[in-house]
Design a protein around this ligand. Sequence first.
Ligand code: ZN
Ligand code: ZN
Length: 297
Amino acid sequence: MSNEKYDYAEKILVKLRDNAKEQTKTVGEIIGVTNHPEAVQGCGSCSVRGMARITENGQTWIGYCCRGKSIEELPYSGGVTCGKCKRQQQGKRHGQHNNAWGICDNCIFGSGSGEEIIEKSEVDKQLKTVRAAKSKLKKSKQTAAEKAIPYINAGLAESFALAIARGTDDGEIMDLWESDWWKQYKDDDMLIVAVLEGRLTEDKGKYLNSIRSDHERLALTCVEDPEMIDWSEAILNSGFNKVPEAVNDALDGGQPHIIARIRKMKVNTELLPPALDKPVLLKKPPPHMQEEPQEEE
Ligand SMILES: [Zn+2]
Ligand SMILES: [Zn+2]
């Protein structure tokens, strides 16, 4: 998860925590104890013998020992035989063994008004997890910056050193560093970024750079989707190389052989790639390629 997502999760949890109501009902209040005369009985919850009252469902007796306890005072979570609804499901109980007498989560959290009671302690647990993951992520980022330092000190540009520190193949990064073709670009150029992030090999980056001046849209389409490189090579080799507008017609989804015939181009039909399934538009075109919104008359 990214930092922003952790921040978002933390914000939601803090809000949830502020609105969380604490479960204030006692064991006796949740289960329901009748006014039936008291008798000496074993307590359904803790088994201690003493003055007890029968529960509303007529199933067990519950002593003074447990009637006033808060739910947090039942030490075990897990399967219970619920003293209120009689079902066997997840809940809280006094006894250690599974499915001992207890109160199920439904009966604990269902307040009867349809309002869900969220336990603050549960939210706190989740908050702790999110915060731990967040600080771990921060540490790993620091480590990337730290790992980059010796390469920067040795003379490598920061973006290249960081790419190596983040785990991009160092051979590819150094191939790029030692070549000249990228030096005409800023290091936040989308083609350079794709190589630095390891989405393109230096070799493919160099190829796309070579076609970029004549076929910018095609080159950048391949930067966004490297699987387009084969199609790109095929259409340029077939004869479209000399007619950039025709390449754009094909990127717009036109059948290459029809476009070639309309534009009266000489092409090698055997090399022509198939038409694209649908027009391919750049997802993030650079500013100079963004179309002006057309004014309506
Ligand atoms: Zn008890
Ligand atoms: Zn229940």
